[in-house]
Design a protein around this ligand. Structure first.
Ligand code: GTP
Length: 334
């Protein structure tokens, strides 16, 4: 099975991190988000993924320079102007004439893709949308359905008290070739606002499946941080990384990290390869990337230090993401 992954957005809500690294390549607990997503797809037999690129395409080409992810073949398609979600899918799927899985490149999920495809097939759908339940749907596309899953309407970002349901478009789709060919080529088209609503004019085409699994859109700083703690808590059903060892409950340390005896690690915590935590420092509910440094006596609370970031002696961080190689040392000692 083939997949298209939409990774062309500029990720404006995660600036300044996304000025230099596109959102899908930002790490979640030390593994680039997109690698986590490709691993999930591969687990369901996806053997080829087309990455629909637009913003900072060279970062993806460098990251996956051998055009593979494990056994999965990767193809890159670069949009020279943003084509929106449907336009981007159409452009990326040029020449593909078979059923496709499509995912937004910013959704962390453990959706059962096999169950999703079976649901789609059983209904003879042209397109099926995965749905996630959220407490407050007002920032999302809300999707009420009939009991068999046929979509009734799309309600974009309703006021909280007017949302017809808490089930929202979770950003993973199965699409038949007929849907791809109905999208006008090389135009900016939104699948949520144009393609899917238009399909409602023809009953029996568009279905949606509710999934109670893990789902998080990592697109805001708060959610980006939450994704780290969720991964550390095992909410995706896997250890946070294949190589980290759990030294005590919730405290994960990669090989080569150096934590001074007098430092305190309060889980959930992940200390990356070659990272250093100085004497008397406290790291609590946080992630240190590879080679990150926390100075002596420093306090890191609910924060992420990306690769190579350095926090000086006796400095403190509280709900901050320190970008890669950023050095924070007000006292001048890092
Ligand atoms: P914000 O600017 O913070 O809203 O982030 P974003 O640019 O990622 O936009 P949004 O979260 O709405 O996008 C959802 C998914 O679609 C992300 O995976 C984006 O990379 C992708 N995306 C958005 N617009 C485009 C586009 O024009 N082309 C392609 N190929 N992908 C897009």
């Amino acid at each position: 099975m083939k997949a298209v992954v939409l990774v062309g957005g500029a990720g404006t809500r995660l600036r300044p991190l996304t000025f230099s690294t596109p959102k899908p390549l930002l790490p979640i607990a030390n593994i680039p988000f997109l690698e986590r997503q490709l691993h999930w797809l591969a687990g369901y037999g996806v053997d080829e993924a087309v990455l629909s690129l637009g913003y900072l395409p060279e970062a993806f080409l460098e990251h996956f320079s051998d055009e593979r992810f494990g056994d999965m073949k990767l193809r890159f398609v670069i949009e020279h102007e943003p084509l929106g979600t449907a336009g981007g899918i159409r452009f990326a799927a040029e020449g593909i004439n078979e059923r496709l899985v499509v995912c937004n490149g910013d959704v962390l999920t453990d959706l059962d893709l096999a169950e999703f495809v079976t649901f789609h097939e059983a209904r003879g759908a042209s397109a099926t949308i995965s749905l996630a339940r959220v407490e407050n749907p007002s920032a999302f596309g809300v999707v009420p359905t009939r009991s068999d899953g046929e979509v009734i309407a799309f309600v974009e970002k309703p006021p909280r008290d007017q949302a017809p349901t808490n089930w929202i478009n979770a950003g993973t789709y199965v699409l038949e070739p007929s849907v791809l060919s109905s999208i006008p080529p090389r135009l900016n088209v939104s699948i949520e606002r144009e393609t899917f609503p238009r399909m409602l004019e023809h009953p029996g085409q568009l279905y949606a499946m509710r999934s109670e699994g893990y789902w998080l859109d990592i697109g805001t700083p708060e959610k980006y941080f939450d994704a780290h703690l969720d991964v550390l808590a095992g909410q995706l059903g896997l250890p946070p990384t294949p190589t980290a060892k759990e030294q005590s409950p919730g405290v994960w340390v990669e090989p080569g990290a150096v934590v001074e005896d007098s430092a305190t690690l309060e889980g959930p915590v992940l200390i990356g390869a070659g990272a250093r935590v100085g004497a008397g420092a406290v790291v609590r509910r946080s992630v240190l990337g590879a080679g990150a440094v926390v100075g002596a006596g420093a306090i890191v609370h609910e924060s992420v230090l990306l690769e190579g970031a350095r926090l000086g002696d006796r400095e403190s961080l509280d709900r901050v993401v320190l970008g890669d190689d950023v050095r924070l040392d007000v006292g001048g000692a890092a």
